[in-house]
Design a protein around this ligand. Structure first.
Ligand SMILES: [Fe+2]
Ligand SMILES: [Fe+2]
Length: 296
């Protein structure tokens, strides 16, 4: 793709995040949910990216922020984990009928973590309930492994298979398992997709947990859009239990890609946030509930 149309402006509102913010009136909750409002040559569109662990904090914070969710045009779900899908059944009731919910076909997989104890980490209370709640509210699943253009300047990355991930990101920073034909097998979280916006100053890339690796997600967004400049990388980067080498490689890759700004939180972890803050100075910001970010 050559020179895709850029959005005229992009407004991001963090509806919920693990960190409430200093002296905050907002509620914090494990997970992430971001509302993107994009002004484009063909109109203004609203995209809800992920839904937190449950809908209550999202709705509480949205009300304080004066944000309406009834006119959201698209929902994009990054991956199946409960802290990204859990709010969806409750939010589906306030989202408009017919709203597409875009995700990878493996969104309904059953997955488990073994550390620190055996626990279910897939859609809550279970995948069937998630599927039905969305359908019963009149929303429409739009499942694809492939990248998708939502409107001028907005794209999902599609699947980032393990063999296409950056070398240093091929080892997962989380050990989880999924059920396939009655057996538990290692889950390489092939279902995780990113969301990218094209702005005049480069890409704005959002990752939910970034289990395939945030650098791999950014590079996939570059490939999908053909845009080589990266204005900002935003989200949870799941480096909370990563080695120092992995953190250093991520910081260096961001610098090599010419990333201008980094907004990190959720599962990024303090050590990686500190490393990014050291490298990016005031161009690093810690995400928090209620945070507003504007481009253009
Ligand atoms: Fe997460
Ligand atoms: Fe996750």
């Amino acid at each position: 793709m050559v020179n895709p149309v850029a959005v005229k402006s992009l407004k991001l509102t963090v509806l919920v995040e693990d960190y409430a913010g200093y002296g905050s009136k907002f509620w914090g909750q494990h997970g992430i949910s971001v509302l993107a409002e994009a002004e484009t040559p063909s109109g203004t569109y609203k995209v809800l990216f992920d839904t937190g662990t449950s809908h209550e904090p999202v709705l509480h914070n949205a009300e304080l922020l004066g944000v309406k969710l009834g006119d959201v045009d698209y929902v994009v779900i990054s991956h199946n984990h409960y802290d990204h899908t859990g709010g969806l059944p409750g939010l589906a009731k306030v989202l408009g009928e017919g709203t597409p919910v875009i995700a990878h076909p493996e969104i309904f997989k059953v997955s488990y973590a073994f550390e620190p104890h055996l626990r279910y980490i897939g859609p809550t209370p279970n995948p069937t309930a998630l599927r039905r709640a969305v359908e019963d509210a009149g929303l429409v699943w739009l499942l694809s492994k492939n990248p998708m253009k939502l409107f001028d300047g907005a794209y999902t990355t599609g699947e980032i298979p393990p063999q296409e991930r950056e070398g240093f990101e091929r080892d997962m920073t989380i050990t989880v398992f999924k059920e396939v034909e009655g057996k538990l097998v290692r889950d390489l979280i092939e279902d995780e997709i990113g969301l990218a916006f094209v702005t005049d100053e480069g890409l704005v890339v959002l990752g939910g947990c970034s289990h395939p690796g945030i650098v791999s997600i950014v590079k996939k967004a570059m490939e999908v859009t053909g845009v080589k400049e990266v204005r900002a990388v935003i989200g949870g980067f799941h480096l909370i239990s990563a080695s120092e080498e992995r953190i250093d490689s991520t910081v260096k890759a961001f610098q090599d890609l010419g990333v201008k700004e980094v907004y990190a939180g959720h599962c990024t972890g303090l050590r990686a946030e500190a490393a990014l803050q050291k490298a990016f100075g005031t161009s690093f910001k810690k995400l928090h509930s209620g945070m507003r970010i504007r481009f253009g």
